[in-house]
Design a protein around this ligand. Sequence first.
Ligand SMILES: Nc1nc2c(ncn2[C@@H]2O[C@H](COP(=O)(O)OP(=O)(O)OP(=O)(O)O)[C@@H](O)[C@H]2O)c(=O)[nH]1
Ligand SMILES: [Mg+2]
Length: 302
Amino acid sequence: MRARELGRKSVVVGDRVSLVGDTSGAEGALARIVRIAERRSVLRRTADDDETTAEGRLERVVVANADQLVIVSALSDPPPRTGFIDRCLVAAYDADVEPLLCLTKADLAGPEEVLGYYTELELPYVLNRPDSDLDALRALLSGKVSVLVGHSGVGKSTLVNRLVPDALRAVGVVSAIGRGRHTSTSAVALRLPPVPGVDTDPGWIIDTPGIRSFGLAHVSADSLLHGFPDLVEGTVDCPPNCPHTTDEADCGLDAWVAAGKADPRRLASYRRLLASRAGEGDSRGDSDQRGPGEGDRRGPDE
Ligand SMILES: Nc1nc2c(ncn2[C@@H]2O[C@H](COP(=O)(O)OP(=O)(O)OP(=O)(O)O)[C@@H](O)[C@H]2O)c(=O)[nH]1
Ligand SMILES: [Mg+2]
């Protein structure tokens, strides 16, 4: 249990804490969390992109102390959404957490389209199918605290169950409309099992509930660009204080893309994010068509 003075929402998955009481772990043992150690990293998201709205100010800490953000996207069922992946990348760079793209359901569709979109990025990735061997992924997780994020039904818990055989995470079915049913309802950190013959710490994996969108109201307009390293160099010839939007006729990014230095879809995605932060348009356009008043899903969030 948590000491009262720590407050209701203070402890999140990944936190390192000090305990007082019976720490034997025996049945019925009771200890109190009295202190939360300083966090090495804090991965956040907001319910909406616009910080002028109540939803935009509703900030959720996804996880503390993660080293790596594993962006899990199915190649089909549900189909991949690069707009969502782009948002996760912005959040990862902003939180100083390394991104890793994990493409699941490679048995259902090929990765060419998604990977083509990220060619200029040197984004590390792994491909997964039900029978694929997980050695490459295990090597990338080794020694780190990694958190899985993604839409519902992309196979996060399935992957956790394969990585941690005694995890017994419930896995769901993907509903007919291609949207998962939000099988997992809380984040859980699990210690990865040791790899035979390897002494290094195998690391931790954190399974999280599926999310519909990754709101970025907490990320400044300047920091948004960090999620688009393939565009950064294209802004060096911009006029002072260039907002990088389509309103700025002299924005260097148009020429950068026209010269083939970056994918025009990446620039469009960046500008969609800028616009949605400014409260224009549908901030959820990258994720789904739900109204901003709707929650992430039908269950509790934390
Ligand atoms: N064909 C195929 N199906 C998969 C694969 N990985 C997972 N699935 C299926 O996808 C469905 C959803 O998987 P889950 O692991 O529950 O997905 P999740 O991301 O944990 O979903 P939430 O907990 O709702 O966020 C299950 O029916 C899995 O069997 C895969 O590589 N290929
Ligand atoms: Mg799950």
